[in-house]
Write a protein that binds this ligand. Structure first.
Ligand SMILES: [Zn+2]
Length: 343
C-alpha cells in the first residue's frame, strides 16, 4: 500500500510518500480503507520526537481517520465489509478496571493510532473493532475525519473535568486551533457564555461565527485585563487552556473565586509557575485532561449527525502533500483542521 512513512525524527522533510506493507489483522481487529486523515499537533510532536517516548520506526503517523471497512478479523461481529466508519483514536487494552469502567483514557496501555502504533496517513490502517464509531452521514470524508481527537478532548475537558454549567463564563484559548474551535461549540451547547482569544482579527471573526460571545486579540490586548473588563471584575468560572507557558499566568489571573482551569497541552512550554497563595485563597481548581473516552466520542458523533456540533476544516490536501501540510500547521495560520484525503 501507499503510505506516509518516516524512518527518523526531524522536520517535515523526513515524511515520505512511499510503499509500506499492508497491516496484518488480529482476530479482534478491522482493516480500514482510509478516505481521510486529519492532522493534529500530536502529529508534529510524534514526527519531531518526544523525550522519553519511544516511537517505533519506521512509523506511519495520523490519528484522526474516516474510511470504509475493508476486512474483518474472525472475532469481529459489529461492523461489516464496506461500512463507513469514523475511528476513535485511542487504542487501549479493553480489559483493565479503567477500560471496563468506561474510563478508557485512564488505561495504562493507552496510545493513539499514529502515536506508538501505525496510523492513518496510508491507504489502509488496522485497529480494534471497538474503535469503529458510527459515521455521521451528513458529512464528507474530510469533515468526518476532522471530528474525533479535538472534539473528544474538548468534551472531556469541559464536561467531565471542568463540570461546565449553564450560565458559566468560559475563557477559551486559541480559538483558531482544532481543539479551540470544538470547545467554543461545546461550551455554547451547554449554555455557557464564551470569551475566545486568537491572534488575528480574521480568526476572531470566525470565532464569533462559531458562537463566541466575546473575543480578545491576545496579540494586542492583555488577556487577564480584558477578561476582568468583560466580566465586571469577577473573572471566568472556567478557563480552557492548551497553550502552556506563554498564556499560563494570564489564564490563572482570569479565574473567578472558585474558578476551574482545565488544560490538555503545553504547546509553548511546560514549566509554568503557580502562586500557591493565589491557588488557596481564591479556592481555584487546576485540572489536567488527556484525550477522552470512546463513549464521549459516541455522544459527540450523535450531536454531529444532528448538526448541533460541526467540524471546522481549514484546508484539505491529498495524502502525498503530508509534508506541506505539516509545515503549514507549524506556521499556526489555520482556523480549524488540516485534513489529508486518500482518493
Ligand atoms: Zn485498559
Amino acid at each position: 500500500m501507499k503510505a506516509i512513512v518516516f524512518q527518523q525524527h526531524g522536520d517535515p522533510t523526513v515524511l515520505h510518500y512511499t510503499d509500506a506493507p499492508e497491516p496484518h489483522l488480529r482476530s479482534n481487529e478491522v482493516l480500514v480503507r482510509v478516505r481521510a486523515c486529519a492532522l493534529n499537533h500530536l502529529d508534529l510532536w510524534v514526527r519531531r520526537g518526544l523525550p522519553g517516548v519511544a516511537i517505533p520506526l519506521p512509523h506511519i503517523p495520523g490519528s484522526d481517520i474516516s474510511g470504509e471497512i475493508a476486512a474483518t478479523g474472525s472475532d469481529v461481529t459489529t461492523v461489516s465489509l464496506g461500512q463507513k466508519v469514523v475511528l476513535a483514536p485511542g487504542v487501549t487494552c479493553a480489559k483493565c478496571p479503567a477500560c471496563l469502567s468506561g474510563n478508557d483514557n485512564h488505561c495504562r496501555e493507552f496510545t493513539n493510532l499514529g502515536y506508538k502504533i501505525d496510523g492513518g496517513c496510508a491507504e489502509f490502517v488496522r485497529c480494534p473493532e471497538v474503535n469503529c464509531m458510527p459515521y455521521p452521514e451528513n458529512l464528507e470524508w474530510a469533515q468526518a475525519a476532522a471530528i474525533p481527537l479535538v472534539f473528544q478532548t474538548a468534551w472531556h475537558m469541559l464536561v467531565n473535568r471542568a463540570q461546565l454549567q449553564p450560565g458559566d463564563d468560559v475563557l477559551i484559548l486559541a480559538a483558531g486551533s482544532g481543539v479551540g474551535s470544538a470547545a467554543i461549540q461545546i461550551a455554547k451547547f451547554f449554555g455557557a457564555r464564551v470569551i475566545a482569544t486568537a491572534g488575528s482579527e480574521a480568526k476572531l471573526a470566525k470565532a464569533r461565527e462559531l458562537g463566541a460571545d466575546e473575543t480578545i486579540n491576545h496579540s494586542t490586548a492583555p488577556i487577564a485585563k480584558e477578561v476582568r473588563r468583560i466580566t465586571d471584575g469577577r473573572g471566568v468560572n472556567v478557563v480552557f487552556e492548551h497553550v502552556g507557558k506563554a498564556t499560563w499566568d494570564d489564564c490563572v489571573k482570569s479565574l473567578s473565586i472558585g474558578g476551574r482551569l482545565v488544560t490538555c497541552g503545553a504547546t509553548t512550554g511546560y514549566d509554568a509557575n503557580l502562586d500557591l497563595r493565589f491557588l488557596f485563597t481564591r479556592q481555584l481548581s487546576i485540572l489536567g485532561s488527556y484525550m477522552g473516552t470512546k463513549n464521549e466520542l459516541r455522544t459527540v458523533l450523535k450531536l454531529v449527525a444532528q448538526g448541533r456540533l460541526k467540524p471546522v476544516v481549514d484546508k484539505v490536501l491529498p495524502l502525498q502533500e503530508c509534508a506541506a501540510a505539516h509545515a503549514y500547521l507549524e506556521q499556526g495560520q489555520q482556523f480549524g483542521k488540516v485534513v489529508l484525503t486518500v482518493p
